[in-house]
Design a protein around this ligand. Sequence first.
Ligand code: BV8
Ligand code: ZN
Length: 255
Amino acid sequence: MFFTNTLVERLAHARHVAVLTGAGISAESGIPTFRNPGGLWDRFRPEELANLDAFLQNPELVQEWYEYRRNVAMNTSPNPGHLALVDLEDLIEDFTLITQNVDDLHRRAGSKNVVELHGNIMRSYCIDCGRPADDFKPNDEGPYVCRDCGGLIRPDVVWFGELLPEEAVEQAQRSAERAEVFLSIGTSAIVYPAAGLPLLAKQSGAYVAEVNIEPSAIAGDMDETIQGRAGEVLPRLVEAVHRIKPHSNKRNGQL
Ligand code: BV8
Ligand code: ZN
């Protein structure tokens, strides 16, 4: 079996659990990851497109890239990995789902307490007046600009070199510090400050396990590394927890 009884027991008896997800959990929905081969944008490294300089130099290209990724995300659905995390959230009294993904799939799967560390490509805004511009669609002549002030429209995501939303970082760090179990799922753990969260949890006394098809950059620091696809491992893991803990002890109606 992929995982140990220790992990199942700890999850079944934990009050505080935090989970960090990366692009790997959406791979089985058909959304290409950043660092695995595949996808139309093989010729660009994400770091070359997901930054403000690239956007200011070539706004149409970057707007087109996010339009492509928004369409891919809208035309996929959450997979059994996303859905297993919804079940796990219902079982655990204090559960925080921290995601680096901007594809909106955790929210669409039904997860409630989601911390979007890097924003969400379904939202866009004007870089000059800040007006939300979710109706953003690139038009043929030139980059899409704001109807109110003519400023460039950008996706509401955190680019390389940009600060993460303070409230999201705070909430993520607090949940990592109080977690008894921390799961790191489908992330290469290369990008900071997100990749620092599993280590923060471990330093704060959590049992830390990763789920990945190959060891991540922080595999050596994990208490347990589970080699497998998130869509296969997570439903089995939650089923095993259910066998020990058939009912949730969440106070009813707790959001
Ligand atoms: C910051 C949103 C403070 C956008 C993303 C020099 C100058 C400035 C900053 C830096 C610098 N050097 C380093 C930094 C820090 C930098 C950083 O960490 N760079 C890395 C490349 C070294 N970080 C930042 O810039 C952050 N901001 O530090 O601000 C600051 C400010 C100014 C100056 C200095 C510091 C902002 C980082 C956020 C960037 N935005 N995304 C968008 O999506 O378009 S990052 C993007 O890549 C993702 O959001 C994610 O966070 C990140 C990593 O991707 P993963 O999710 O891990 O995906 P990946 O493809 O890498 O891995 C997939 C994994 O899944 C693999 O391990 C694979 O094996 C596994 N897998 C595949 N299939 C499955 C699977 N696992 C399970 N099941 C499967 N089926
Ligand atoms: Zn504007």
